[in-house]
Ligand binder design. Sequence first.
Ligand code: AVI
Length: 314
Amino acid sequence: LPKFIEAPASVPADHAAELTAGLLARPAHVSPKHLYDALGCRLFEAITALPEYQATRTEAAIFAAQGPEIARALGTGLTLVDLGAGNCAKAASLFGLLQPGHYVAVDIAAGFIRDALQALQLRHPQLPMTGVALDFSQSLALPAALEAGPRLMFYPGSSIGNFEPAQARRFLQQVREQSQGGALLIGVDLVKPLAQLLPAYDDALGVTAAFNRNLLLHVNRQLGSDFDPADWAHLACFDPEASRIEMHLRATRDLQVRWDGHRRDFAAGATIHTENSYKYRIEQFDELLHEAGWRSTRCWTDERQGFAVFGARA
Ligand code: AVI
C-alpha cells in the first residue's frame, strides 16, 4: 500500500472560519478549493472530457508529441511531486518518460487521492508512492517526513491560473524552494478568442454549472449552512483587463442563508464569486517564472498556441 500523510493544516475548523469570512464579505466569495469535494472532483473530470474544454486535451497532446524532449530537458529519475494530483492520471501517463524514483501525490481531496493512489500502486508495484492530503492554496510546505533530494514539481492543467498573479508568483517561489534544487513542469492556459474561452466555462451540457453549484453542497457540509443549489444560477464571464475568466453563483430570488449563529441575506441577482481562471501570454508567464526565481525556462505549445507547457530549473 502507498504511504499516506494527512497534513494538519487541512483541519475543517480553518476552512469554517475562512468560509464564514468570505460569505459575510460584500460581495461574497468562496475559495475555488471548495469546488473539490469527491463529487466536485468527478464533475471536474467530466469537464475535462467536454468538447468545449480543450485545455486538458491540448496539454495531453503536447506531452504526447514532445514528451521525450521534455524529459531530456528536465532530467529523469527525480522524485515526481504531483501538486493537485486528483485522479493521478496525468502524472501516471508520464511515468514512462520521466522514470521517477518516487511518486508523491498531493491534493486537498484526501479520500479521492487515497483511492486513486491505491489503484495506481497496483499498476506500478515497483514505484514507491506517497499520498499527501494538503491544502496548499495559502502556502506550500510539504511534510518533513518526505525524503530529501531534488524533486520534479509537476503542476499541470493550468491550476496556476486559479491564483491571482501576485499569489501565483509567491506560490511558484515556494514551489522552487520545495523542489530542493530540482525542476518544474507546469501547464498554463493561454489567452485565446472569447468565442473559445467562454464556452469552456459555460458548456452546453451544464456540467460546469453543476460543478460550480456543487460548491454550495460542499459548503453546507463544512459549515452546516442551508444553501439550496436550486436557488443559484451559474455565471461565467471574461474580464479582458485582468485576463481572467470569473465564475460566480447568482441568487435567482431573495433568500437567506443561515449557519452557526450567522445569517446572510442575498437579494435576487446577488452573487458569490467562486473562481478566477487567469489566461496568460507565453512571454508573460515566462517572466512570472523568472520573477519567482526559476531559470533555464523552456516552453512547449500546440500549433494553435492554445496551451503551453513550461519546464524550468531551480
Ligand atoms: C482546475 N482549473 C485549472 C480549472 C480551470 O479551468 O480553471 C477549473 C475549472 N473551472 C471551471 N472549469 C474548470
